[in-house]
Design a protein around this ligand. Structure first.
Ligand code: MD3
Ligand code: FE
Length: 205
């Protein structure tokens, strides 16, 4: 797997590229995302036990992320039976630049955080091939990101993610626990109504 860019820092195997997307690109991404949510609206996924996540989600690509009483999984159709919209070129180009030209991602998961949203510590292990990394793009308000270990528990490190940051999680980072503790509201004016969007690009099959 080829890697063309050099990270600003590497923490526990997470390669962090600080503010690597300029404002023009960020605004282009937001306008592409506005088209996606028109045909694949954001929803609040269920969590086991009957509650709903504070983060709203939707997806683009061959697969999207879905949850119901039976649990979480990747699905090739939305609840309404439609396919997920295509991953826009603006997003594919970022994968090609930071990960690889050999294979494109099957899923772009779109997470929207309003000011009180958070995401508990979890592993991403529903993909078939952990040799492919996950790429994350942060847009909008700052978020406190926590990185743990491959096993549950233990010491963690935290860092603030800013709009335009990219993280590549491959190799030993791929199965580490991670989460978002909180959003610092009002730190970005990229989104008209505030909040944060995180995109994660994933090879699923
Ligand atoms: C480490 N999202 O969607 S991105 C997620 O900011 C998720 O919305 C967070 O965790 C967010 O699953 C964190 C960083 C991230 C994403 C995927 C990973 C870290 C990861 C997959 C494997 C290991
Ligand atoms: Fe995750």
């Amino acid at each position: 797997m080829t890697n063309f860019e050099t990270p600003n820092l590497v923490i526990r195997g997470f390669k962090i590229f600080k503010e690597r997307l300029d404002l023009n690109i960020q605004n282009d991404l937001i306008s592409d995302l506005r088209e996606i949510v028109k045909v694949a609206p954001l929803f609040s996924p269920h969590v086991p036990g009957g509650n709903k996540m504070s983060v709203k989600m939707t997806s683009a690509g061959k697969y999207g992320w879905f949850s119901d009483s039976k649990g979480y999984r990747y699905v090739s159709r939305q609840k309404n039976g439609n396919n997920w919209p295509q991953i826009p070129n603006s997003i594919m180009e970022i994968w090609q630049k930071f990960v690889s030209l050999e294979r494109n991602p099957d899923c772009c998961l779109i997470n929207y955080y309003s000011k009180d949203a958070k995401m508990g510590m979890h592993q991403d292990n529903d993909e078939a091939d952990f040799d492919w990394p996950v790429l994350s793009i942060s847009l909008g308000d700052d978020a406190l990101f926590r990185i743990g270990n491959v096993e549950k528990g233990g010491k963690t490190d935290s860092l603030w993610l800013n709009s335009g940051d990219i993280i590549v999680m491959g190799d030993e980072a791929r199965l580490k626990y991670h989460g978002i503790d909180r959003i610092r509201s009002g730190t970005s004016n990229l989104l008209k109504n505030g909040g944060r969007i995180n995109l994660t690009l994933r090879v699923v099959d």
